[in-house]
Ligand binder design. Structure first.
Ligand code: SF4
Ligand code: SF4
Length: 432
């Protein structure tokens, strides 16, 4: 049993309001990917809310089945967008995961893996870089290719063999080793912009970070990239480890507020969503509550920022057929869908095609496609049907997880569509 509804959330959510707000109308069911693949009430948002309420009230034990349902959820928050009662489902499921962790209800292997990778490796930059170096050697030395074609590996660890294909490609040089703390704009400076180099973005998506910097420079931004910034804490928070997420949040608040920035530009939807929530996570912290609200008010996705300041007119037409996939933590968590579409459509020459079910999750969901590979692939199948139907040359997505997942789907389905970040597309448009 969990100790009472009001203590359940552990963060600022007025849990009893959130729980009783649910009218059981079922409007969230048709948008839920896990309900779509199972048809089971308990795997729907409404069903999970009932489960959480029962555990919180003590009428249901925190069983393995309960734990499995909380982990089966993608935390995509499509149900929040659909809910007429404003139920904050995302906060609720994260709070449930936090309680599962606190009560030691995860399997020992899962909790050990989370402790190693989320609590330690991802949270500590030097450790992440060390692990990334080792993984990079494995990938570039030919060992990975050998394993990929190894009959023994496929037989002994078939799932691991498939998951390996989803692991991010480690960059030869990490982003924060290339760029200095201050990057000047190409023209006259008009905006002082902070930039989060990220954890995984820093070691495996350095090119996207670089594309972002180039586009910001082109738009008169002086970019501040503090060396002592840390991981945003989103992977940890979404997996219910609020303690480490709060520690990381406080560090980033100190680092970026000291830098006197106008805006903190994000190029990863998951990170941006969490950083906009720092105020909620630190609501009860006397020293940081106010600072966190100020900090969160400065956070903007790159599409949001460029839409606000206005995109510069490209010199040439960009004659390509382009579509857009909504990352869940951009469309559902941050409610950003118009800005990236308008930016893409405003580029002369682009033939924009709307992706059917663009805001349906691709199945990436942080670490979900690794820990629940089979479920994740079922969800990806639906996305791929729509990707194929769009017949676009490029699918744009503003989140590294979505980029990796949809690219994986394209490779497996022999689809020629390229999956790119908005910053990469814009860099190409401006020939920067
Ligand atoms: S967050 Fe997504 S997967 Fe989870 S219940 Fe809501 S819609 Fe379903
Ligand atoms: S849409 Fe909202 S109120 Fe209706 S069942 Fe889902 S969570 Fe409850």
């Amino acid at each position: 049993m969990i100790s009472g509804i009001s203590n359940f959330s552990g963060i600022d959510i007025p849990s009893d309001d959130v729980l009783t707000n649910c009218m059981h109308c079922g409007l969230c069911l048709p948008v839920c990917p896990t309900y779509a693949i199972t048809g089971r009430e308990k795997s729907s948002p409404r069903g999970r809310i009932r489960l959480i309420k029962s555990v919180a009230e003590g009428t249901l034990e925190m069983t393995d089945g309960f734990v499995d349902e909380m982990n089966f959820c993608l935390d995509c928050q499509a149900c929040e967008t659909a809910c007429p009662a404003g139920v904050q489902y995302g906060s609720l499921v994260e709070a449930a995961r936090n309680q599962i962790r606190i009560h030691g209800k995860e399997s020992s292997s899962t909790s050990l893996l989370k402790w190693i990778f989320l609590h330690n490796v991802v949270s500590k930059k030097y450790l992440l870089k060390l692990v990334a170096r080792i993984l990079g050697i494995y990938q570039s030395s030919g060992m990975e290719r050998l394993m990929k074609h190894s009959y023994v590996f496929k037989k002994l660890a078939p799932k691991l063999s498939k998951i390996q294909e989803l692991s991010p490609r480690i960059d030869g040089r990490f982003f924060d080793d290339i760029y200095p703390e201050i990057v000047k704009p190409t023209g006259k400076p008009r905006y002082r912009v902070g930039f989060l180099s990220g954890c995984i973005m820093n070691v495996a998506f350095a090119k996207i970070n670089e594309d972002t910097i180039k586009v910001l420079q082109h738009h008169d931004c002086e970019i501040i990239i503090p060396k002592d910034q840390v991981c945003c804490g989103s992977l940890q928070a979404h997996n219910g480890d609020f303690d480490i997420a709060r520690t990381l949040a406080k560090k980033n608040i100190d680092v970026f507020l000291r830098s006197d920035i106008d805006v903190l530009v994000m190029n990863s939807a998951g990170c941006g969503a969490l950083m906009k929530e720092y105020g909620h996570y630190l609501l009860d912290d006397a020293d940081y509550a106010d600072k966190a609200i100020i900090f969160s008010s400065k956070v903007k996705d790159i599409s949001e920022f460029l839409y606000d300041i206005g995109l510069k007119k490209p010199e040439k037409e960009y004659k390509h057929r382009v579509s857009y996939h909504d990352a869940c933590h951009l469309v559902h968590a941050q409610k950003i869908s118009k800005q990236p579409r308008e930016l893409i459509k405003s580029i002369p020459g682009i033939d924009y095609v709307e992706l059917n079910e663009a805001s349906w999750c691709c199945g990436s969901a942080g670490t979900y496609n690794v820990v629940r590979y089979d479920d994740s692939m079922k969800i990806l199948d639906r996305k791929m049907e729509n990707v194929k139907a769009a017949e676009a040359e490029y699918i744009v997505a503003n989140n590294p997880g979505c980029l990796t997942q949809i690219a994986h789907g394209c490779t497996n389905a022999h689809v020629q569509t390229k999956v790119v970040h908005l910053a990469t597309l814009l860099r190409d448009v401006y020939e920067l």
